[in-house]
Every structure is written in structure tokens, then in C-alpha cells.
Design a protein around this ligand. Structure first.
Ligand code: PMP
Length: 344
């Protein structure tokens, strides 16, 4: 009898089942317990692996995809990487329309994963023909046998998290969770996870993290789209200039906004004090927890789960670059002095 080889059949089998890791230092003076769901442990290094595999495999189940198919998507980078990875393993072509706000690291990575990438201007309205939404739609119409993932308006996005992230968190906490804090972009992560958790315990409080310059918080409060809320900001993947149909706003109790600057510093703090090398929006989520604590949201009984969506390696030329931080005006004089060159 042959020895059994203990191996995965392909990289896609590693998607999901990411660890929950206790935050020990940043919250050491806080009442309650704080745990990060670290999505960088997915093989594509972000939570978006979950939606890519779910949406592609649903299309396969419905018989929509065949070996000549092309998968098209709008993406700030992470979803694109996950789709490109799945396309390689499954043998599909992959075309991605990316915002010019995405870091050069992300764009290079997508091209390295065999995707055809179109970089579209970030600061145009969603219905502008140059926007990444419109470019993707046009490419879908022009490319025979293509499917458009459309993560902002595809309810399978939310369903992927309802079926995986939610149950994982419930099991990992043994149901001992009082709050979920998660960034909202398409809203798939937060509202899919929230739906599952609230079905288990309606008292779990769900708090969405939004960016200044985005419409989500105001929409949640008023159910009206307010274009006056929109202005450019730097965090990628968080907040939106439209109302994503993929978000179920009813599953979210409230939103909190965070700044580009504080989120960048907090991401560096997570890396430097917890040893978790995380992306910009993980810093945003941790920053939100700090603000919520200051507002009295948590007490000694709180068991807070914070979603850390991706890995820090995608932001080497942004938040982990002192030059970039300085150019944004994010480094104060003390930090610059610390950098002073040693004279011999
Ligand atoms: N963080 C990053 C880095 C992202 O790319 C995204 C997705 N746009 C999010 C957070 C938000 O996740 P969701 O789209 O599921 O709301």
C-alpha cells in the first residue's frame, strides 16, 4: 500500500478558516477582550479569496463558465488578486479594471498573476464612462463568453461571508462575542458576517467602519445618498462614492468614520506592537476600536471581534514608506528626527 501524501490538491483549498488572534498590547489598558480575524492568512492574503471562490464556483454550478471563459471585475486590488489566483488554477482568462488609487504594488501583483489590467481614473463619478465600473461593464459586453463578478452589486459577495466568515467567528468565539467591528467597502464582509452572527444571537452589535469622504455612514443614518459627503481620500477598499447593492444596511447597527492619517499610524502600530503585519484598512478597523472605546462603547464584558482584511505587504510604497507618509504630512517632527542619519 502506498504511503498517503498529506497535501492540498491546489492552493484554493486553503481559502477560509483564518485564525482569530488576540490583540494584546494596543488594548492592554482597555476593559474587555479584543480579537482580530486575520484575513491575510488566506492564500491570496485577503478576505476577498472567499468571495472570488464562492462566486466563481456558483457560476460553475450554474454551467455559466466553460474552459474558454473570461472573468471580469472592478477591483481595488484584493478581489482582483483572488480572481486572478482562482483563474490560474481553474484555467480561465482574467480581465481587471482597477482604480488609479490602488497602490503600484497591487497593480504589479495582478499583472504578475496573469491578469490583463486596465487602470482607470479614481476621481471621476461612478457613471463616468472612464470609471472602473463603466470600463468593466463595457469590457464584459465586448468580451464573448465573459462573466462580470460585479462585487458591489452581487449578493453572492455577502453570501460568501454568511457561509464562511460568520460561522467561523461564531465557532472560534464559542458564541462569546458581543461586537463585530469591520470595514465596509462593498459591504459584503460586514453584512454577510453580521447576518449569520445575528441569527445566532440578535444582541451581537455590528459596527461598520467608513472613511471621511465616503457616503456610507450618512446613507445608513438617513437612507439618502448625499453627494456632498464625497471627496478624495487615501484609504483603499474602505468607504464608497455610491451605495453598494451588496451591502445589507439593516444588519449594521452603526457606522464610525476614521481618518487616513490615524488609520495609517494605527496600522503601523498593529504591526509594531502585535507583530501582525497588516494593511491600511486593518489599521482603520483598529483605529475605529480605539475611538469606540473612548466613546464608552465597550466594557469589561465586551468580547470584540475586529476584521483585519489584508496583509501589509501590499502597502510597502504607502503606509509602510516613511517617504510616502511624509509626503502626506503624516509624519511629525519627532518621527523625522528619529530617522536622522548616523554620522561617522
Ligand atoms: N479592506 C480592503 C483592503 C479591501 O480591499 C476591502 C474591499 N473593497 C475592504 C476592506 C472592505 O471589504 P468589503 O468590500 O467586503 O466591504
Amino acid at each position: 500500500m502506498k504511503n498517503k501524501i498529506n497535501a492540498y490538491n491546489n492552493v484554493l483549498e486553503l481559502i477560509g478558516n483564518t485564525p482569530l488572534i488576540k490583540i494584546n498590547n494596543i488594548t492592554s489598558s482597555f476593559k474587555g477582550e479584543y480579537y482580530a480575524k486575520v484575513e491575510a492568512f488566506n492564500p491570496g492574503h485577503s478576505a476577498k479569496d472567499r468571495i472570488a471562490i464562492h462566486i466563481i464556483e456558483e457560476a460553475e454550478r450554474k454551467g455559466i463558465l466553460n474552459e474558454d471563459s473570461t472573468i471580469i471585475e472592478t477591483t481595488s486590488g484584493n478581489t482582483g488578486f483572488s480572481i486572478a489566483m482562482a483563474s490560474i488554477v481553474k484555467g480561465y482568462k482574467c480581465i481587471l479594471a482597477v482604480s488609479s488609487k490602488s497602490s503600484p504594488d497591487k497593480i504589479d501583483m495582478l499583472r504578475s498573476m496573469g491578469a490583463q489590467v486596465y487602470v482607470c481614473p479614481a476621481h471621476v463619478s461612478a457613471d463616468d464612462p472612464r470609471s472602473y465600473y463603466e470600463v468593466a461593464k463595457r469590457l464584459h459586453q465586448e468580451t464573448e463568453g465573459s462573466i462580470y463578478i460585479n462585487q458591489y452589486f452581487n449578493e453572492l459577495n455577502r453570501q460568501a461571508h454568511y457561509l464562511s466568515t460568520g460561522p467561523e467567528i461564531w465557532e472560534q468565539t464559542n458564541g462569546n462575542i458581543t461586537h463585530l467591528v469591520a470595514c465596509s467597502g462593498t459591504g459584503g464582509t460586514i453584512s454577510g458576517t453580521a447576518k449569520y452572527l445575528k441569527e445566532q444571537n440578535p444582541n451581537v452589535k455590528v459596527i461598520g467602519v467608513d472613511a471621511f469622504g465616503s457616503v456610507l455612514k450618512k446613507y445608513h443614518e438617513t437612507r439618502e445618498f448625499d453627494a456632498n459627503e464625497i471627496y478624495p481620500y487615501r484609504i483603499e477598499g474602505l468607504g464608497k462614492n455610491l451605495i453598494p447593492g451588496a451591502t445589507d444596511f439593516d444588519t449594521i447597527d452603526k457606522f464610525i468614520k476614521v481618518t487616513d492619517e490615524e488609520s495609517a499610524h494605527t496600522a503601523r502600530e498593529v504591526s509594531g506592537t502585535e507583530g501582525l503585519f497588516v494593511g491600511y484598512t486593518s489599521g482603520a478597523a483598529m483605529q475605529a476600536v480605539k475611538q469606540l472605546y473612548a466613546e464608552g462603547e465597550f466594557d469589561a464584558n465586551s468580547r470584540v471581534v475586529i476584521i483585519f482584511p489584508d496583509h501589509g505587504s501590499r502597502y510597502m510604497s504607502k503606509i509602510y514608506s516613511d517617504e510616502w507618509m511624509e509626503a502626506q504630512g503624516f509624519l511629525n517632527a519627532v518621527k523625522t528626527e528619529e530617522k536622522a542619519e548616523i554620522q561617522f
